[in-house]
Design a binder for this molecule. Structure first.
Ligand SMILES: Cc1cc2nc3c(=O)[nH]c(=O)nc-3n(C[C@H](O)[C@H](O)[C@H](O)COP(=O)(O)OP(=O)(O)OC[C@H]3O[C@@H](n4cnc5c(N)ncnc54)[C@H](O)[C@@H]3O)c2cc1C
Length: 368
């Protein structure tokens, strides 16, 4: 859609709420720019060599408290967004949709903080990035590896110089459905009779490990996790609401497409007990000379430990997420019965959870 000079392509959601391009064949002049810009089948062209080392990174405690892991992304922004550079990342829009957006000030970049476990809508961001780079501005782009790869192919096809672009890709488990996300937000709004204004997927007031959510309502209430608010994260963990292509992701590998890769340093407690804590530790891979330069610049301000990269146990650095055998049943249930039904059946909400609770209570009694 971004690439088409004739505006002959638009994006349409399918039944799962994922966007796909649709070509208006009347407007199409067969110039081929869309195919040249598309990354499908070209993963190898943007992948770098596997790095031999990885880094564990802790930013200050107050930055870590508001970041998903160790807050390395904030450190990258702090260094990069000086002197008129721009940055692109994922934010919530006013309706709680997840979208990619450009920020031109350090303050605007704060909205990028925090993982939003929903596929973000890229809108016209590739075009905006290309325009920014062409104007001579430096730009930091962050996103899932497929989004970084898409940008790289777009830029290549449009013959734009990459020298002023720094790319940060995330270790990615897969992207959940924006349609289910919207239904989930509506379910919360209905239950609490108030709009959702803020949302944190990784509320650290109960520690970094696990996915604890917090919801901020327009009426001023702040809701910590309960079995409705937590249901989206529980379903995310079951691998039933990811985009189908995530199960065949060619970027789920140690050969990364970004200059720098960031993720959660899961498993750090078994690798380096002294460095491990429950406030969040980022895992960083440095994949290119540009990434190396950037990481060297932020390193003195952070608490950093270096390890051989083969210590990493992150499954999505080696292979895509396994396809769930419940996938089709889940979508049939969702299509026919809606969010609250799947929240109960797959997300631990309501009577099914209560039933499990009473069953376990009876079991405990019998075992005494
Ligand atoms: C869909 C998804 C799946 C993930 N899966 C894993 C995983 O399996 N293993 C793992 O180690 N880490 C995973 N992460 C990354 C992880 O959650 C943290 O984002 C990462 O550790 C960086 O933490 P931080 O504290 O430095 O950054 P934060 O300050 O929390 O920065 C968040 C960064 O993520 C970007 N971002 C947030 N939401 C999205 C989105 N929907 N799409 C694209 N970019 C987004 C922002 O633009 C920003 O760059 C995933 C992130 C997403 C969005």
């Amino acid at each position: 859609m971004n690439a088409c000079p004739k505006k002959a392509i638009h994006m349409e959601p399918d039944r799962q709420g994922f966007l796909y391009p649709v070509i208006n064949t009347v407007k199409c002049v067969d110039c081929g720019l869309c195919k040249q810009s598309c990354q499908i089948g070209k993963a190898r062209a943007v992948q770098n060599e596997e790095p031999s080392n990885c880094f564990g990174v802790k930013n200050s405690d107050c930055i870590r408290a508001v970041s998903s892991s160790g807050g390395v992304f904030t450190a990258l922004l702090d260094k990069f967004i000086i002197g008129g550079s721009a940055a692109v990342g994922a934010v919530f829009d006013s309706e709680m949709n997840v979208v990619h957006k450009t920020a031109n000030t350090r303050k605007e970049c704060d909205a990028f903080r925090g993982s939003k476990y929903v596929q973000s809508n890229m809108g016209t961001i590739y075009k905006e990035v290309a325009d920014t780079l062409s104007s001579g501005q430096q730009l930091l782009f962050s996103g899932t590896p497929c989004q970084v790869a898409g940008l790289k192919e777009y830029i290549k096809a449009h013959r734009i110089d990459e020298a002023r672009l720094l790319t940060v890709d995330l270790v990615c488990h897969g992207a959940p459905s924006p349609k289910i996300w919207a239904d989930y937000i509506s379910a919360i709004e209905k239950k609490y009779h108030s709009d959702v204004e803020t949302y944190t997927f990784r509320d650290k007031s109960v520690g970094w490990r696990g996915y604890h959510v917090r919801v901020g309502l327009a009426n001023g209430d702040s809701i910590a996790q309960n079995n409705l608010t937590q249901s989206f994260a529980v379903i995310f963990g079951k691998e039933v609401m990811l985009r189908p292509s995530c199960f065949y992701c060619p970027y789920a590998s140690m050969e990364r497409c970004g200059d720098v890769t960031i993720g959660d340093f899961w498993g750090i407690e078994g690798i380096d007990k002294d460095f491990s804590d429950n406030k969040g530790i980022s895992m960083v891979l440095v994949n290119t000379p540009k990434g190396e330069k950037m990481f060297s610049a932020i390193r003195p301000e952070l608490n950093v430990k270096e390890y051989p990269s083969d210590v990493l146990t992150q499954p999505n650095l080696r292979k895509p997420t396994d396809f769930s055998l419940d996938y089709d049943a889940f979508w049939n249930d969702y299509d026919s019965k809606g969010y609250l039904y799947i929240a109960k059946k797959y997300g631990g909400y309501g009577i099914f959870r209560k039933f499990r609770y009473y069953k376990n209570a009876v079991k405990r009694k019998l075992m005494k």
